[in-house]
Design a protein around this ligand. Structure first.
Ligand SMILES: Cc1cc2nc3c(=O)[nH]c(=O)nc-3n(C[C@H](O)[C@H](O)[C@H](O)COP(=O)(O)O)c2cc1C
Length: 332
């Protein structure tokens, strides 16, 4: 089993679910862990909102299940170091959230709403501000007597012309970040175009002397693409985003490939439908059924992708309002 150590924390496996807003629900994260993800962070949560509105308002995104997930990670975004200090303070006052194993900081989000506040990928323009956030987060945790590693997830640049930002990687490593993950696209690329592995490798080399694990991210769809991304960038592991939507089995398959084991059988149509229902029912435990069904609309199509009659199924699933209706549509 490949393993990595993040700030003293031993992690079995090196294939991680990439945080995704609307996808990384607590239920789905537990399923990914069960099927071989080394860990599965929450989606991005605003440090400022936690600071000023308290935990309750963000709880639907922050929620973790230390028993099931084993290794838990909360991803925060923001621009002001004091927001992180305050947010971490509140997280550590909560009986469950205080058990979190990793605090991850989003320094890659390209969405204008986030960037215009100076957070997400905008931090790539301000390596000193990014470093200050890492330092403040580490200090807040240490001050509370918590040995919780602080990790950073970023991109290869803010501008279209950027081809890697080794200076940025060094700045956050110097500030004490315990793991760095780089998505091989610039901010304006969002999720389009090809991942630039050379640019990731440049950032990997920049932090080689820091003795922290480095993860690469972008376009992993199976074992061979994970192995070649690691080989081309010198990364210790990969994060998988879009290809994991409606496909938690990808973790078992990629992990088996990387470890040279026989690949598990592909899930059958029936198994995929049953997993869809399992995730949906899990989601219903945390909010009203109609809300869960509506929120799940962005994920359901991925579960039925490629199965017989998928196009018609998707249309019907999109207008369903209850779990019962969805079961009927899937004939489960
Ligand atoms: C719907 C969606 C939501 C995302 N939300 C987040 C997020 O909350 N935090 C984050 O760091 N990245 C987020 N990302 C980026 C992914 O984590 C990942 O970096 C990106 O999709 C590239 O990896 P992939 O090629 O494996 O998908 C999101 C991506 C998508 C498609």
């Amino acid at each position: 089993m490949n393993s990595v150590t993040i700030g003293g924390l031993n992690i079995s496996g090196n294939v991680v679910l990439s945080p995704m807003a609307g996808v990384s629900h607590i239920t789905y994260r537990g399923i990914c862990r069960e099927l071989g993800a080394a860990y599965a962070p929450t989606e991005l949560v605003s440090a400022r909102s936690i600071r000023y509105n308290g935990l309750e308002k963000s709880m639907q995104y922050l929620r973790i299940d230390p028993e099931r997930e084993k290794i838990t990670a909360i991803q925060l975004f923001g621009a002001d170091p004091e927001d992180f200090t305050a947010a971490i303070g509140k997280i550590m006052e909560d009986p469950v959230l205080s058990k979190v194993d990793i605090i991850d900081i989003n320094m890659g989000c390209p969405v204008p709403k986030v960037v215009k506040t100076g957070a997400g990928s905008a931090l790539m323009n301000e390596p000193e501000a990014a470093a200050a956030i890492v330092r403040a987060s580490k200090k807040a945790l240490e001050g509370l007597g918590k040995k919780v590693p602080v990790t950073v997830k970023t991109r290869i640049g803010y501008n279209a012309s950027d081809a890697g930002r080794p200076d940025f990687a060094k700045a956050v490593a110097d500030a004490g970040c315990d793991m760095l993950c780089v998505h091989g696209r610039t901010r304006p690329q969002m999720y389009a175009g090809l991942c630039d592995r050379k640019a990731i490798a440049l950032m990997r080399e920049a932090v080689r002397g820091y003795d922290i694990p480095f993860f690469a991210n972008g376009d992993v769809t199976d074992g061979p693409s994970a192995a070649s991304l690691m080989a081309d960038t010198g990364a210790d592991g990969v994060m998988i985003g879009r290809a994991a939507r409606g496909n938690p089995w990808i973790f078992a398959s990629v992990t088996a490939f990387l470890e040279g084991r026989e690949l598990p059988a592909e899930p059958s149509e029936q198994e995929r439908k049953e997993m869809l229902i399992r995730e949906l029912e899990g989601r219903c435990r945390y909010c009203d059924e109609d809300i869960a069904v509506r929120e799940f609309r962005s994920v359901m199509p991925f579960y039925v992708k490629g199965i017989r009659g998928a196009a018609k199924l998707k249309v019907r699933l999109m207008s369903a309002l209850t779990c019962e209706e969805i079961k009927e549509i899937l004939e489960i």
